[in-house]
Write a protein that binds this ligand. Sequence first.
Ligand code: 5GP
Length: 195
Amino acid sequence: MELLKQRIREEGHVLGDKVLKVDSFLNHQIDPVLMMEVGEEFARRFADAGVTKILTIESSGIAAAMTAALKMDVKVVFARKKKSALMNEEVYMTKVHSFTKNETNEVTVLKKFLGANEKVLIIDDFLANGEAAMGLAHLVEQAGSEVVGIGIVIEKAFQDGGKRLRQHGFKVESLARIAAFTDGQVQFVEECVQA
Ligand code: 5GP
């Protein structure tokens, strides 16, 4: 998605050799116009998947999941990373190790919002090692539903997550795929293929 790649080039900050900060449009401040385009692109790429529900994880997946859900006319559920006193009902739970925070969270979804026989599209902001997406897929499996696709805004293709999810048989669509961070600059997969 060219517009997204352009924004990453212009506003992204590379931290160390593995982390990209895009807090001006995705991870802190949110650009709703760009997120609408992101949602439309997900809706286009998963148009034939028969999606009945979108599942994401708080907090940075919510914006993209929300606009995709709007376009696909389905509800969006976000898994919670911290237990809330308000979640005093039955939940599905799985453990997810956070790449950026280096901590393991018990991620939960209320059973009443993730029923059986749903066709679930998982959406997240970043794909690194695939922990978050695999955890969400595990919640879907517990519910007796099916993962029909995984939509990622930014995939860091130099990490193992994409390979892991695709080898598992999931259809993964990433709107921007990063091949490497070279001297603090983002190199997209297509640029490496052309080089
Ligand atoms: P994974 O679970 O695939 O290892 O990592 C994906 C999760 O970690 C995403 O939910 C995202 O919040 C966070 N994450 C991983 N890499 C990055 C990154 O480079 N930048 C930002 N902002 N978040 C990341």
